[in-house]
Design a protein around this ligand. Structure first.
Ligand SMILES: [Cu+2]
Length: 480
């Protein structure tokens, strides 16, 4: 009989090492596998939402903070009442938050206490190639590697996660992800909600079996949605404004987030930090790797009431609840959202144009090539202003299918989305981005300047099951 586990075994046996195991199964086999799961029941709002711990430096010098993290297996309660073994940075899921200040270096010693190779990538980081966590630049079990992050970039929520070739999807899914928050003086001067009113929401899917086993499998078999490492929790808020930093750490799915009552919120930032001006929204689509910085005013609710954040893109049969906010009463609120948030760098005008086509069939490719770390796909020079046209070649389909959605992520530098499908940027494209969503059939044009450091970097789909299967390219930046 073809149940889910046998299917994975069969697919793993049939494919090359590390292939996203369900890429080659037929739709019919997929359906039967989905129907035969034995996941733990999903029970929303059984946990209070925790805040990820903040990592303390082991040493601070006048110019740098030094951190130590150890990757290891940890036993954690993710679904109420069950223990699950996950892969963690520093024993928590998500990993501890590194709080960096612009202009001060962070030096992170990462020790691999796991049985698999790892590589730590700082997503959104403007860093040297040797600190980028390239797929072949791995940390063997038992070894330690030191990453230096200059923090010479705007304030933004970044995240660190695994990037070892063929293993990144499994390693991130199993827990190797954490937040990295850069602040700066310009942002600190703004009257935005601060301190305990500035809250990270790290959202990701998972599958926890009835016995607590935490398994890596495809998104349609992952019924548990976690916020800060707990399944569909609740969070107690005062009736005032909160800044919520949404990070999707989903490996292979995208989220459609809205409040169940349709309430509006204010977007103030994106992947690369604050927008120039706030935008009022009532929903957003968030792909794995993307960050959306929003301000929500809970003073519209009376004390004792609740509002649920829901996922409008939940799969068939999945629960839609993500997180319940319980409002406990009025509070003083000196915060506000200014009409001018930041000055974005000017949009580069293209000296060089390039095209990238992402395909799902017959393999996960970019420009019909699987990733080869020895092959240079793009060679550019420091200071080059470029416009990249990126297309998801799969035809538009009515039924959501995580498999044929893609995204596009650049290492080293962020970009601006110039247009989407020939029209102005979409509502999810505002500000400085480093990851964009590509629904089947969509084309985006991205403008960026390759700056800062010469060396080898990457661009790839951030559905990590796809990049693990080869949907990734190498860009070498050389001095002019
Ligand atoms: Cu993809």
């Amino acid at each position: 009989m073809l149940n889910r586990r046998n299917l994975l075994k069969a697919a793993a046996g049939a494919g090359a090492v590390g292939l996203f195991p369900w890429e080659r199964v037929t739709a019919a086999a997929s359906e039967s596998a989905v129907a035969m799961g034995d996941a733990a029941p999903t029970t929303p709002f059984a946990h209070a939402m925790p805040l990820p711990p903040v990592l303390r430096p082991s040493v601070s010098t006048p110019t740098a903070d030094v951190y130590r993290l150890r990757m290891a297996e940890s036993s954690l309660e993710i679904v109420k009442g069950l223990r699950s073994t996950v892969r963690t940075y520093g024993g928590s899921l998500p990993g501890p938050t590194i709080k960096a200040v612009r202009g001060r270096k962070a030096i992170v010693h990462q020790t691999n206490g796991l049985a698999v190779d790892t590589a730590v990538h700082l997503h959104g980081g403007h860093v040297r190639s040797e600190d980028d966590g390239l797929p072949m630049d791995t940390i063997a079990p038992g070894a330690t590697r030191t990453y230096t992050y200059p923090n010479q970039q705007r304030a933004a929520l970044l995240w660190y996660h695994d990037h070892a070739h063929h293993l990144e999807a499994e390693n991130v899914h199993m827990g190797l992800h954490g937040q990295y928050l850069i602040t700066d003086e310009q942002e600190r001067r703004l009257p935005l909600p601060k301190g305990r009113y500035d809250v990270p929401l790290v959202i990701r899917d998972a599958r926890v079996e009835a016995d607590g086993a935490f398994v890596y499998t495809r998104p349609s078999d992952c019924p548990h949605l976690l916020v800060n490492g707990k399944e569909r929790p609740y969070f107690t808020v005062e009736a005032r404004k909160y800044r919520l930093r949404v990070l999707s750490a989903c490996v292979n799915r995208y989220l459609g987030l809205r409040f169940a009552d349709g309430a509006e919120f204010t977007q103030i930032g994106a992947d690369g930090g604050l927008l120039d001006a706030p935008v009022t929204r009532d929903s957003m689509t968030v792909m794995g790797g993307e960050r959306v910085d929003i301000v929500v005013d809970f003073s519209r609710y009376r004390a004792g009431s609740s509002v649920v954040l829901e996922n409008t893109l939940a799969g068939g049969g999945e629960r839609t609840e993500v997180l319940r906010f319980d409002v406990v009463g009025a509070a003083e609120d000196p915060s506000s959202v200014p009409s001018l948030l930041s000055t974005l760098p000017p949009v580069p005008r293209a000296d060089v144009e390039r095209e990238f086509v992402l395909r799902t069939y017959p393999q996960m490719t970019i420009n019909d090539k699987l990733y080869d770390p020895a092959r240079v796909d793009v060679r550019t020079t420091l200071g080059s202003n470029e416009v990249w046209t990126v297309t998801n070649a799969e035809p538009p389909i009515a039924r959501p299918d995580f498999h044929v959605w893609h995204s596009f992520h650049t290492h080293l530098v962020p970009f601006r989305v110039l247009d989407r499908n020939g029209r102005g940027p979409g509502p999810d494209d505002a500000g400085l981005k480093d990851t964009v969503t590509l629904a089947p059939g969509e084309t985006v044009r991205l403008a960026m300047t390759w700056s800062g450091y010469a060396g080898t970097y990457l661009y790839h789909c951030h559905q990590l099951g796809h990049s693990s299967s080869g949907q990734m390219g190498r860009i070498d930046v050389v001095a002019p």
